[in-house]
Design a protein around this ligand. Sequence first.
Ligand SMILES: Cc1cc2nc3c(=O)[nH]c(=O)nc-3n(C[C@H](O)[C@H](O)[C@H](O)COP(=O)(O)O)c2cc1C
Length: 361
Amino acid sequence: MHDSAITGGHLPPPPDSPMEGSFFIGDVKIPNPLVLAPMAGITDTVFRKIIKQMGAGLVFTEMISCQALHYKNAKTLGIAEFDREEAPIAAQVFGSDAAMMGEGAAMLEAMGYSIIDVNLGCSVPKVARSGGGAALCRDIPRLARVIEAVVRAVKIPVTIKLRKGWSGQEESAFQVCRVARESGAAAVTIHGRTSVQRYTGKADWEFVKRLRESLDIPVMGSGDVKTPGDVARLLEYSGCAGIMIGREALCNPWIFRDALCLLKGRPVPPRPPFQEVMEMILLHLRGLVERFGDQPGTEKMRKFAAWYIRGLPGSSRFREAVFQMKTGADMEGALREYFDWVSRRKRDCPPDATGPGEAPQ
Ligand SMILES: Cc1cc2nc3c(=O)[nH]c(=O)nc-3n(C[C@H](O)[C@H](O)[C@H](O)COP(=O)(O)O)c2cc1C
């Protein structure tokens, strides 16, 4: 059920009392409620470290195929790499074969992960066609076998992440969570949308609250958390132990720092100045180049750079230029020139000047 009076920031302001509380998933302590969402093609080790430095209590990998782990696929083994400084960190896995899921989870545990999370929310054909992701929620006996196999294979806690159900009517999440809990799951993340909805409409925070109330293990709420106020409101309203932030982190990693300030009862810092935004982009770019190599790292950075500069003057013209860049040095030079231009333009123009100007080519 969607309740527009509840979702989308229409709740009363958060209470004055500090809410930055730690929580446990199994025996793993999560120092604060702020959680970086798993995002395929995005939440790599470089991005996770940035978000960790911004204050996240827990970060998730992008989803990892247990079948690919079984076949020692080099790309997948690369995706699974992480640094100790990212801990506590959850490795999110997908698949539908219980034995392979257990095997993959054990490999990830041996690498040092803190938590194994089983993806039950993804409905892209690549994942769902083989019976994994959201498709597992429609085959409850198999779901139970998979979760039991993963729990048996590792000593670290096992969690699940799912959506409300496949379509509006089902709300199958209650049954899925009950079965996963009985099979040994230690926590749940719920994204308040159905599979059919994909990313349309508003996330249903009322559903998040109801699911949380039905469970005696920690629940993390996900969907449309875009401001520090959203974090505090969803935390307070739903009683969730953790709040997951996904898309907002792509253009605004500072949301973790800002939300933590709010939860601690401190003033929320102002938007970062241009110089700080540029330093963040350069840090991200250098990290990707160092980790993946010059051209692949630069290519990975293109979309992030576009997200970071969203809404700045001349950003659409500049984005086109960024998407042609092949080396870190070229992108760094162009970014410096662009931010220099943006800063000068801001100084030269009255504050209410509107419309994008000419970005340097
Ligand atoms: C580009 C992208 C990739 C995602 N990949 C995954 C994934 O691999 N596993 C998963 O469980 N959820 C994935 N999600 C869903 C997010 O984890 C999150 O639940 C969803 O985006 C809602 O949160 P938000 O409104 O804060 O973005 C992805 C979302 C996006 C936008």
